[in-house]
Design a protein around this ligand. Sequence first.
Ligand code: ARG
Length: 461
Amino acid sequence: MSNKMWGGRFATGPDAIMEEINASIDYDKRFHTQDIAGSKAHAEMLAKVGILTQEDKDAIISGLDQVHDEIAAGTFTFSRALEDIHMNVEARLKEIIGEPAGRLHTARSRNDQVATDFKLYVRDCIDTFVTQIQTLQLAMVERAEEHADSVMPGFTHLQSAQPVTFGHHMMAYVEMLGRDVGRFQDARKRLNESPLGSAALAGTSFPIDREMTAEALGFDRPTANSLDAVSDRDFVLETLSAASLCAMHLSRLSEELVIWSTAQFRFVRLSDKFSTGSSIMPQKRNPDAAELIRAKIGRITGALVSLMTVMKGLPLAYSKDMQEDKEVSFDAFDSLSLSLAAMTGMIKDLQVNKDAMSDAAGAGFATATDLADWLVREANVPFRDAHHITGSAVARAEEKGCDLAGLTIEDFKEIDQRIDARVFKVLTVEDSVKSRTSFGGTSPANVKTAAAIWRDRLTSA
Ligand code: ARG
């Protein structure tokens, strides 16, 4: 049997393989709500400009509501022969209301319809991400407040560098996630123009009111060029790009959680709720959730690269290639949402081992820079010389098997006469972090201020 929607010029139906490669209903059924909302807005507009009678419009609206209810209730039968969500909905509408269903597609095409549906869907995803990210940020702010003065080693090259606080480390992620929110919000602004009424590619000869449908669907305005409107998938790519950056941030934090929760580090203990055991090694507590979040960036950035490659070189306007936009994007958006939820759970439940962190912060001569700074400040030594003198002190401590605070004043005097006993005030890790009061530095006072600012931002609005 030839297709119900365009069977007029076809003698036979499609090959089974054609049906399989062509159908998108298995995945685009997930935007049935957006599709029906778009159709209702279109029908209202057609009636207002006199293209549909009031009676037909009412039949269409109540029929669409029924279709929506059937899909929500799980009683709707999706058909692959009908390719996609747009034709599945329309075909069922026809069964329910008969002839007026055929009038709904006046002055539109699946090309503007799918662009509209997808924009509405991506817009919802963005709103969810923003809420989820802000929930995670707030959880981090809470941990930062709690650990504003818990000292931990700060690393460069994953070698002990200078002591920082756990609170400062948390707040670093709050900043990153804040930029992620900004990128999503920015993408949303550019996305928010309605393609509906661009029709197949050229616009339409019917006297439609695109402002009206744009407004009904919460868009800021209609898109200005019909060719662009049906060809554009920038909005998905931009959102996938923001999603990739966010996933990259989550992946870095996951890696840290994996390292920190090892028996060798013991900085944190992930709760039972976010760990798994081993079927053979009874002692194991594996950080599976963190590892999976660390990995999710693979599919999220994969989706970005995949769709970018699909779009590259596509001539205007719509080509069926563009149907490949959905499956990977849905997977990427699901993955990000799940990662954000899991990371929030882990951060909330995380046990922070202050003692292990503070012990580790002292190891590796982490206050060497403090000694060099002291020489510059108190003995007017040029920094390059101070660096050299401190290097000798580190070598001496290494020889003696102690840390810098373990050296005696005699040790220091032998290295450089200008050092006096006041130096011991800057050699502990607590003093070190307390002294880092420059704007954005790790001092507990700074961390508390930053956390308060973010708490305020995240809770007012
Ligand atoms: N299922 C199609 C998609 O996802 C809808 C648009 C089809 N348009 C067309 N002219 N074949 O892209």
